[in-house]
Design a protein around this ligand. Structure first.
Ligand SMILES: Nc1ncnc2c1ncn2[C@@H]1O[C@H](COP(=O)(O)OP(=O)(O)OP(=O)(O)O)[C@@H](O)[C@H]1O
Ligand SMILES: [Mg+2]
Length: 278
């Protein structure tokens, strides 16, 4: 569905993404993890055509359904964004207009692509929110973003992002501004998306725990390079790069990811088998 090959991006003369290659297949979740400044956001923005003016793609290709995203016109990209490819950012304020109630934001994002009344949009949004287990959808639709918690705003932003049934969701640190208990709800919302709609997701985070809880495939970025790429199990149980090991060591416990260590994880006898017994 999306195949990125040798992607390089620079701001002015400074290259911040260097020769990154990865792919996403339909219904897959790809997690990109790495330290602050490693180029994760820049990579995602370049795929969505959202690089700042002085950012420039220096090379590579990113084929989405036969079209190279890196070579598309602004007009074509705008058409793809919001319909085929949706983007969610770290701060829901970037996706939600503070002066609009959530219901109006939903309506505005769907009416560009489809003819429907506000009432129809409200009914549709209510059903979608309900399906994603957002509590009290009607109240959410009638609220301004400031009236909702950060976690609820982010979940509403994700729901709105997929209102036009995109096939690919690009999510940049969708849980980083939230505290740990709320992070799980946002992760669950994204997993539910994939389950119900088969949406493919590329999710970027500096937190290996978040990536381990969601992704099928994992890419590890360090100083602009994708130093590790593979299936989650392979990356976590058998990391090739020392930096990946460091990130794994930073996860307290990989609960709920199906990757609880067989031995040593719970009783602290880990060590010989690798970091945290993984
Ligand atoms: N608009 C910009 N102009 C110039 N340099 C930038 C710009 N945005 C990012 N950079 C630089 O590019 C590098 C990669 O930044 P990027 O934001 O892509 O990293 P990141 O992995 O997303 O980090 P974080 O985890 O902090 O979000 C950093 O050195 C950063 O300072
Ligand atoms: Mg970033």
């Amino acid at each position: 569905m999306l195949k990125v090959k040798n992607l390089s991006v620079a701001y002015g003369r400074i290259q911040v993404v260097r020769g990154a290659s990865f792919f996403v297949e339909p219904g897959q979740i790809v997690g990109i993890v790495g330290e602050s400044g490693s180029g994760k956001s820049t990579m995602l923005k370049s795929l969505a055509g959202l690089l700042e003016k002085h950012g420039q793609v220096m090379g590579g290709e990113a084929f989405y359904e036969g079209e190279d995203l890196l070579k598309l016109s602004e007009k074509r990209l705008r058409k793809l964004r919001g319909k085929e490819i949706a983007v969610v950012f770290q701060h829901p304020e970037l996706s939600l207009d503070p002066l609009w109630k959530i219901g109006k934001t939903y309506y505005e994002s769907v009416r560009i692509h489809r003819l429907l009344s506000r009432k129809e949009a409200d009914a549709e949004a209510e059903k979608l929110f309900e399906g994603l287990h957002l509590e009290n959808p009607r109240r959410i639709l009638e609220s301004y973003p400031f009236e909702l918690s950060g976690g609820m705003c982010q979940r509403a932003a994700i729901a709105i992002a997929i209102a036009n049934s995109p096939r690919l969701l690009l999510a940049d640190e969708p849980t980083s501004a939230l505290d740990v208990t709320i992070q799980k709800q946002v992760i669950d919302t994204m997993l539910e998306l994939r389950k119900q709609f088969g949406t493919s997701i590329v999710v970027v985070s500096h937190n290996m725990g978040v990536i381990a809880a969601m992704a099928d495939l994992v890419g590890v970025m360090k100083q602009g390079e994708l130093v590790e790429w593979g299936r989650k199990e392979q990356v976590l149980y058998n990391p090739k790069h020392p930096y990946t090991r460091e990130l794994i060591c930073a996860i307290p416990k990989i609960r709920g990811s199906g990757l609880e260590a067989k031995k040593g994880m719970e009783d602290g006898s880990a060590g010989k088998e690798g970091p945290h017994g993984i």
